[in-house]
Design a binder for this molecule. Structure first.
Ligand SMILES: [Zn+2]
Length: 658
């Protein structure tokens, strides 16, 4: 099973909730033909053939069993599920890895075949696990009960025709999404696909062209998916046996309220940042929108207004202050023969070892792919794979590494996934996974916060003395905030909106209105042209259209600052939080290890407590991290009479742009 994991990338449908996140991804471009590819794949084909003749030992009825027989049966079933899932996940990971590092028709067919078998098998497991629901089994251990519950969290249809209908809707939506075309002026269109649209948004500043593209992308996606989305929701509500609900993973029945209360914690910072951004954009585009109203949706890095990093140079707080040129430092070392691209993963490995954590395995170094092949196609998106090998030593990364800060960060990030895989590999397969879906992404991001500091570049002797002044820190923080803080309201809204509709809180006649009400309320962002109910703008985002959970990005973006702060405290850091590098702190590493080795064997608050000492997710650490920027923003906005805050109009679908 594969799961891509960047918030800006389409991801596969989460089918088995307990499934170990075998594949994780982040952005990253690099030779090596897979000499072991043919042997691994032919072995896999042999296994698949043998499988077709096998009968499953757990296909019997539970009727008439006594409590102790039921308990025994449940234990045997869980044992069987763990054994079988390990083998099948291993096959899925093999097929996925080889397809990703060598994209060709044969590997694609094999991947589809393995995935289909995996899905069928996991559905069967769920159907059987559901037979235990409501049965008294007082002798079952807490661990076994947890694994049985995880097995029951899966999307399984009672009728085959509903299941096929759902697959049809899914593939139709995927296909039309992948081939959707956006135009930036009448008759002037981009090549198909979301990436081209995002690239236009990131690199172009023509107000009217961006607005045209904003609308055109929605016509090609959201507006077309409305009926399919409504039918999908109906199928989910009426025909699914057991459904992994959006918030089930967080073991919090009031999770939507929790999300809103987290928002309220960082709202003071968000409001100041929003005010500054709106003020600068208003100066750049005078008369195009109200100085104190909603920010029109087409001024960010993408057609959803989820991040705004494109403005970091133009709106830099201290233009005269020198910024640290991490790319330049790395490239200079390469030029002087002090660092090569293949050495970058070893730099990351050394970081983790300096924390007292295990080194990457021999298999990892032998089987990972770090350089872009010259003779065949490879998916360059950085991804970590848990191969679920019986020997528990096969973990891999694929990425196309370059000598720049982006690759430097990516390799540290992906290795965070590998560290999690390694440290929970002793757990039963059903417990080999993220404590909740926000944890896995947050690990590598936490490490990245530490390595992307002047302090770290000095500590690893990549630079002698970096002049990291208060001004340059505030400049760096603005870039980070345009990525992280601006993203949070968007990340929470996608799932809140879906959840409000599917749970019946919003009628289908108000779907789009509700989206814009939430976008206005939490983000202070409004539509770039007037909208109608037929538009269904939320569905212009892949994850919303495909019913893929998004709130985990909201959670992971908060958790990374929480993890970071805890590790910095453990490392005895003094000074502003954002200048902390916990390199070489075995105390910090030890705390991290204690959390990671639990996998999902315990409720996530138990895991969180191991590292941070608290049991709740909080925005406190994020607020502390961005304190220097927050102070500067408050000061700047007050001195310059910049209006702070916004009100949502009675009709949230009216255009926020003049
Ligand atoms: Zn990742």
């Amino acid at each position: 099973m594969t799961l891509s994991s960047s918030p800006t990338r389409p991801v596969g449908l989460l089918l088995l909730a307990v499934a170990v996140m075998a594949v994780f991804a982040l952005c990253a471009d690099a030779y090596r033909f897979r000499d072991d590819e043919s042997s691994e794949l032919s072995h896999l084909l042999m296994k698949l053939r043998r499988d077709q003749h096998r009968k499953h030992c757990w296909k019997y009825s539970l009727d008439g069993l006594t409590e102790s027989q039921l308990t025994k049966c449940a234990r045997r079933f869980i044992h069987f599920a763990n054994q079988q899932l390990r083998k099948r996940k291993h096959r899925s990971s093999l097929a996925s890895f080889h397809y990703n590092v060598n994209i060709n028709k044969r590997n694609k067919e094999l991947l589809t075949r393995v995935d289909t078998k995996y899905r069928r098998f996991s559905s069967k497991l769920t159907l059987f696990a559901l037979k235990f629901k409501g049965k008294r089994m007082s002798g079952l251990s807490a661990s076994d009960a947890r694994m049985l519950r995880d097995l029951q969290w899966n999307m399984v249809f009672g009728r085959r025709k509903d299941s096929s209908r759902m697959s049809n809707l899914d593939s139709q939506m995927s296909q039309s999404y992948d081939t959707a075309v956006g135009c930036y002026a009448p008759g002037k269109c981009l090549d198909s696909g979301e990436d081209n649209v995002k690239n236009f948004f990131r690199t172009k500043n023509d107000y009217d062209q961006l607005r045209y593209l904003w609308k055109s992308w929605r016509n090609a996606t959201g507006a077309k998916f409305r009926n399919a989305f409504v039918e999908r929701a109906q199928l989910l509500n009426e025909s699914v046996y057991a459904f992994f609900e959006y918030f089930t993973d967080f073991e919090d029945p009031k999770f939507p309220e929790t999300v809103v209360s987290l928002y309220n914690q960082f709202k003071p910072l968000y409001e100041q940042l929003h005010a500054y951004l709106r003020h600068r954009l208003h100066q750049k585009y005078p008369g195009k929108f109200a100085a104190n109203g909603l920010l029109p949706g087409h001024l960010g890095d993408d057609p959803w207004g989820s991040q705004y990093t494109k403005w970091h140079n133009e709106f830099v707080p201290f233009p005269a202050a020198e910024s640290i040129d991490f790319d330049g430092i790395l490239k200079d070392r390469e030029r002087r023969g002090l660092l090569t691209v293949p050495q970058l993963p070893h730099v990351a490995d050394e970081f983790y070892r300096s924390l007292g954590l295990p080194k990457m395995t021999e298999t990892f170094w032998r089987k990972s792919v770090f350089l872009k092949p010259k003779d065949h196609k490879m998916n360059c998106h950085g991804t970590a794979f848990d191969m679920h090998s019986a020997s528990r030593d096969d973990f891999r990364i694929k990425m196309c590494t370059r000598m720049d800060m982006s690759s430097f960060s990516t390799v540290h990030h992906e290795m965070g996934h590998i560290m999690y895989f390694m440290l929970y590999s002793h757990q039963p397969v059903l417990f080999q996974g993220s404590a909740n879906s926000g944890f896995h992404e947050a690990i590598g991001d936490t490490i990245t916060l530490s390595v992307k500091t002047a302090e770290h570049f000095q500590a690893i002797k990549f630079a002698k003395h970096l002049n990291d002044t208060h001004e340059s820190q505030v400049n760096t923080q603005l870039t980070q905030a345009l990525e992280n803080v601006m993203f949070l309201p968007f990340a929470m809204t996608v799932d809140l909106w879906k959840w409000r509709y599917i749970s019946g809180k919003v009628p289908k006649e108000q779907l789009n209105q509700d989206w814009w009400r939430l976008r206005g309320l939490y983000a202070g962002v409004g539509p770039s042209v007037s909208r109608s109910e037929a538009d269904t703008d939320a569905l212009s985002k892949y994850h919303a259209a495909k019913n893929i959970g998004y709130v985990r990005y909201f959670i992971s973006f908060l958790l990374k600052f929480q993890f970071y702060k805890a590790m910095c405290e453990e490392a005895g850091h003094k000074g502003p939080l954002s200048t902390c590098d916990f390199y070489k702190s075995t105390a910090a590493g030890d705390k991290l290890r204690r959390m990671l080795q639990l996998g999902r064997s315990k409720p996530w608050p138990d895991a969180l407590q191991q590292l941070t000492g608290r049991r709740d997710i909080s925005a406190d650490a994020l607020m502390e991290y961005f304190q220097p920027l927050h102070n500067w923003l408050k000061d700047y906005n007050a001195k310059n009479g910049v209006p702070v805050g916004w009100t949502v109009p009675a009709n949230p679908m009216q255009s926020a742009s003049n």
